[in-house]
Design a protein around this ligand. Structure first.
Ligand code: URA
Length: 242
C-alpha cells in the first residue's frame, strides 16, 4: 500500500505510512490502517483524504543543466528554473534529484519516482558524483592532495574521494573531483580553501550515469539499463515495483 501511494507521487513512503496509520487512506471505501496491505491497482479504488489516487507512470530523465538556472520547480524571484527546460513533451510532473548551484552545469536527473530520488540523495548510500572543475591558477600536487585528506570549511570537514589533474591551460587547471558527500557548494568551498577558486563547474557523472555528449540545455529519457544500474545502487529504495 505505502509503495503504491509513494509511486503515485502522494509523498515519500515513510510519510505514506503515517497517512495509513492515521486512518487517512481508504480502499474500496474502507479505512485501511494496516501497513503492507496489498493493492490491485487495476481493480481497487484507493483514496487519501477522500481523493482518488491515480498511479503515475514512473519517468526519470537526464538533463544537461546550463549555468544560470535554478534547481527547482519554481523561483519566487522569477529566475529560470530547470523544469522549464523540460516542459514540452507530455512528461509528468518531475522533481530534481539533488541540487546543482545556479552557476554549475551538467548532469541533473529529474524524476517523479520519489523513492528513487530520496535514496539517491540519502547520505547512507554515498552515491558518487564526478565533477570537472576549472580552477584559478595551478594547484600543486600537495594542495590537490589536501582535497582527499580533507579540509575544514566553516567548521565542517569536507573530503573528496578522488582528485585528478586533467589538463592545465596557461592561467588555469582543470581537475576531476569525485565526491561521496553532497554538502552545500562543496566543490567550490573545498577549492576555495586550498586557494584555487572554481571558475567553472560541470557535473559529468552520478553513480553509473554519464553526461556524455548531451548538449547543454537538452534532456533525454534514461535507458532501461541505466535505470537498472541506478536501482542496483540503492536496492532498499524498491521503486521498481518488483
Ligand atoms: N559542488 C558545488 O560547489 N556546486 C555544485 O553545484 C555541486 C557540487
Amino acid at each position: 500500500m505505502q509503495k503504491f501511494l509513494a509511486r503515485a507521487g502522494i509523498a515519500s513512503r515513510r510519510q505514506c505510512e503515517t497517512f495509513i496509520a492515521a486512518g487517512r487512506v481508504q480502499v474500496n471505501g474502507q479505512v485501511v490502517r494496516t501497513l503492507g496491505t496489498r493493492v490491485r491497482p487495476d481493480r481497487d479504488r484507493v483514496q487519501v483524504d477522500g481523493e482518488t489516487v491515480r498511479p503515475e507512470t514512473l519517468v526519470t530523465i537526464l538533463l544537461h543543466k546550463p549555468a544560470g538556472t535554478i534547481t527547482s520547480r519554481s523561483d519566487p524571484q522569477g529566475r529560470p528554473v530547470v523544469t522549464s527546460l523540460v516542459q514540452p513533451g507530455g512528461l509528468p510532473r518531475l522533481f530534481p534529484v539533488g541540487r546543482l548551484d545556479w552557476d554549475t552545469e551538467g548532469l541533473l536527473l529529474l524524476t517523479n519516482d520519489g523513492e528513487l530520488a530520496n535514496a539517491l540523495t540519502h547520505p547512507r548510500y554515498g552515491v558518487r558524483k564526478v565533477y570537472h572543475a576549472k580552477l584559478k591558477g595551478h594547484p600543486t600536487p600537495e594542495s590537490l592532495a589536501r582535497l582527499t585528506r580533507g579540509v575544514m570549511c566553516d567548521g565542517e570537514p569536507l573530503r573528496a574521494l578522488r582528485v585528478e589533474l586533467l589538463h592545465p591551460t596557461r592561467q588555469n587547471a582543470w581537475i576531476a573531483v569525485t565526491l561521496e558527500q553532497g554538502r552545500y557548494r562543496q566543490v567550490r568551498r573545498m577549492c576555495e580553501a586550498i586557494g584555487h577558486p572554481v571558475l567553472k563547474l560541470i557535473r559529468v557523472a552520478l553513480g553509473p550515469i554519464r553526461l556524455g555528449s548531451l548538449p547543454r540545455g537538452q534532456w533525454r529519457l534514461l535507458l532501461p539499463a541505466e535505470l537498472q544500474a541506478l536501482r542496483a545502487l540503492v536496492p532498499d529504495a524498491d521503486s521498481s515495483g518488483a
